[in-house]
Design a protein around this ligand. Sequence first.
Ligand SMILES: NC(=O)c1ccc[n+]([C@@H]2O[C@H](COP(=O)([O-])OP(=O)(O)OC[C@H]3O[C@@H](n4cnc5c(N)ncnc54)[C@H](OP(=O)(O)O)[C@@H]3O)[C@@H](O)[C@H]2O)c1
Length: 320
Amino acid sequence: MTSAHTDQLQVALGAMTFGTRQDEATSFALLDQFVDAGGSWIDTANCYAFWESPDGRGGASETMLGRWFAARPGARDRVQISTKVGCEPAGPGTYPEATEGLAAATVERALEESLTRLGTDHVELYWAHRDDRGTPLEETVGAFAAQVDAGRVGRVGLSNYALWRVERARGIAAQHGWVTPSALQLRHSYLQPRPLVRDAVHDHRFGWVTDEVLDYATTEPGWELWAYSPLLSGAYDRDDRPLPQAYDHPGTTRRLAALTTLAGDLGVSRSAVVVAWMLASTPPVRPILGVSTPAQLADAVAGARLRLTPAQVAALDEPW
Ligand SMILES: NC(=O)c1ccc[n+]([C@@H]2O[C@H](COP(=O)([O-])OP(=O)(O)OC[C@H]3O[C@@H](n4cnc5c(N)ncnc54)[C@H](OP(=O)(O)O)[C@@H]3O)[C@@H](O)[C@H]2O)c1
């Protein structure tokens, strides 16, 4: 990691499989490269990556980040941590049916454990990873707000929530004078699946950016939208990652044609254009980059540095 900062990147680095699929050397190299390129947001969760761990438990990603902070003096001050609670399996093999949920005691305990693994006393953004309909929303919203009041959390976000639940959560917070959730994290990319088969590619029923979500984010001041899995597992640029069947429709063909044309004109990969398109869209969406090699990260950073013109964005948005 070098000492110089370049212009701040608006993308986040996804650390989901650091410490499981990526070993320490690879994880450290990607973190160094991201920060050197001007990145600051790192996205993780207390449950990452339980499905890759021999014991079926999360924690390896946060532990790896904590090791990196310890090995890189000053690094903690240069990054912003985004972590989550709510999806850790209640026991090995119980996901998605039984997870820890979002009761007040769980939020408090899970945050304590995350801070210990990360080796820090606060995180900049703390997310409810998915809705817990078995816990009163008021209890969950109050539990997150209490952590902000205690100085252990900067802001609160919601991930995989239905929009009506987001609005209800914000109403509850406003009613009590609590800190209001100010970010939503959902799955989003340039290509769109057919709505009726969305569930076939995703286990979060409401975990998609929809037109209604975009409208909400455009209208609400200070509201941030984060996109996970923006590169569709690499499908934009490699043949060994075929698109799921839900993307098999004429709109995909038309959108891929527009994407291919612009990527060719700009001399960059299609993945890079997808990253640039998200950042240039209205409302802007912050992509969370899932990368496992320095070359993939460099490619995504190139996309984050591109500045698409309104005409280029319109050319990408036109085909459906
Ligand atoms: N809130 C939530 O519920 C939620 C859910 C999922 C993820 N997330 C967050 O979002 C982050 C990203 O998610 P994701 O890993 O599912 O993202 P993704 O964008 O769908 O896939 C990333 C994968 O695509 C491949 N790839 C990336 N760039 C490439 C390139 N230029 N050329 C070829 N292949 C490329 C790599 O696969 P290989 O590694 O196999 O080479 C990489 O691991 C996670 O780390 C996590 O922080 C949040």
